[in-house]
Design a protein around this ligand. Structure first.
Ligand code: NIG
Ligand code: FE
Length: 412
């Protein structure tokens, strides 16, 4: 059955990803706009589309693509509210980590959790993401840090992809930290010789990710892991330069990384190299906000130099318990100097590219999934102007209305 949706405006990026440089500022605007859909797939988008069997009238409303969260640590156990209080009293993220908190405390909780417990927690969080307009999301492991518990997290991610109306992309973050019960070199040896090959052959993830930072892994540690990951057919991504300049960005770009994430302390040379490549810089401004840092990543510079950026919440219990993509979208514009169009491109098609989903989601174009948000605005610029409330009315995933506000409230 062909279904038509009518809006006052449809705003979407279009074309091939990653969208780089100036092109990040180009959105396609249809005013009025229509989406014609069949079996969850978009047939046509335009001011007028062909005849349909049924028409839904959203005139007076705006449609944009479902948001894509390209950096998210969804399957973990517990929370870290006590650390949050320490942070508010002035302790830094790295101080807390050194005092036995941080990633390692979530590793303990995640190892202790059963598959079922982990799945239920991840599913509850996925609901909050969906309710806030995220229709595709990454789900990193990285809180197991041994073969069995990394696999458990990845299986939770895979089960969630099947059970929940979201695209969930499992990413093997085997290099997230040094396991509490291991020394660094022996763990790297294990990763390279055993864990990376086994995860790769399990087919549970097609990505490997690591954390390069002072006190965690050095660029040369990461290079060893990356070599093994590439050898076993995995794509590579990297957390880097979150708190210090590590020098890892050129290495990651040279090795063909899909993305480098955080990158607050990237140097001008790093940015130049990144911008000239197809490696995407993933921006996560809620981390700066939550850790009360003055500094934000040089997203503006990356685009000005011709590069591509994407957006993630970095949803995790320590540095960004943020479920909504709207808050980081506002920060991109208000704190990082991106235009509204660039911010939307980052949060949709470029994020889809990072997750390997750009052929399927991230823009409203024929052949892609009918994943779209209905907002009580007439123009996409109002998303930023009326910051603090995205006025979401409905979330559609593959043509199905999965979130909806009570009708009575729609027009208030
Ligand atoms: O992306 N930087 C390392 N990893 C996460 C934080 C994880 C945690 O604190 O549990 C991040 O910020
Ligand atoms: Fe992260």
């Amino acid at each position: 059955m062909k279904r038509k949706f009518k809006f006052s405006q449809v705003a979407t990026p279009a074309g091939d990803a990653p969208v780089k440089g100036e092109a990040m500022g180009n959105l396609k605007i249809y005013e009025p706009g229509e989406i014609l859909e069949e079996n969850g797939v978009i047939l046509e988008v335009g001011e007028r589309t062909s005849d349909a069997d049924i028409t839904f009238d959203y005139r007076g409303k705006l449609a944009i693509p479902g948001l894509v969260d390209s950096h998210n640590h969804l399957p973990f156990a517990g929370e870290r509210l006590d650390e949050f209080e320490m942070k508010l009293r002035g302790a830094s993220y790295m101080e807390i980590a050194k005092a036995g908190g941080g990633i390692r405390s979530t590793v303990k909780a995640t190892r202790e959790a059963s598959f079922e417990e982990l799945f239920q927690q991840a599913k509850a969080r996925a609901f909050w993401l969906l309710k806030n307009g995220t229709t595709s999301v990454e789900a990193k492991s990285g809180y197991g840090l041994n073969l069995e518990d990394e696999i458990k997290q990845l299986e939770v991610a895979k089960a969630l992809d099947r059970a929940f109306p979201m695209d969930v992309v499992p990413v093997f973050l085997g290099g997230h930290d040094i396991p509490p019960d291991r020394d660094k070199d022996s763990y790297i040896h294990d990763l390279v010789e055993k864990i990376i090959p086994e995860v790769a052959s399990s087919g549970l993830s097609s990505y490997f990710d690591a954390f390069c930072e002072e006190g965690v892994y050095s660029p040369s540690d990461v290079e060893k892991m990356f070599r093994a990951a590439l050898e076993h057919g995995l794509k590579i991504r990297l957390h880097t330069d979150e708190f210090t300049h590590t020098g890892a960005i050129p290495m990651a770009v040279d090795m063909g990384a899909i993305s480098v994430d955080h990158i607050l302390f990237a140097s001008d040379e790093d940015i130049e190299k990144l911008a000239a490549s197809d490696t995407v810089g993933v921006l996560m401004p809620t981390v700066s906000f939550f850790l009360r840092m003055e500094k934000y990543a040089p997203g503006r510079k990356i685009i000005d130099m011709g590069g591509a950026v994407a957006l993630g919440t970095d949803f995790n219990p320590g540095s960004s318990p943020a479920v909504s993509m709207f808050f980081p979208l506002w920060l991109l514009v208000f704190k990082m100097g991106l235009s509204m169009e660039e911010a939307l491109t980052a949060a949709t098609i470029n994020s889809a590219f990072v997750l390997g989903l750009d052929g399927k989601v991230g823009s409203l174009e024929p052949g892609k999934k009918a994943d779209f948000l209905v907002l009580n605005f007439k123009n996409y610029r109002e998303i930023f102007y009326y910051f603090s409330e995205p006025r979401l009315i409905a979330v559609y995933k593959e043509g199905r209305k999965v979130i909806s506000l009570p009708r009575k409230w729609e027009d208030t």
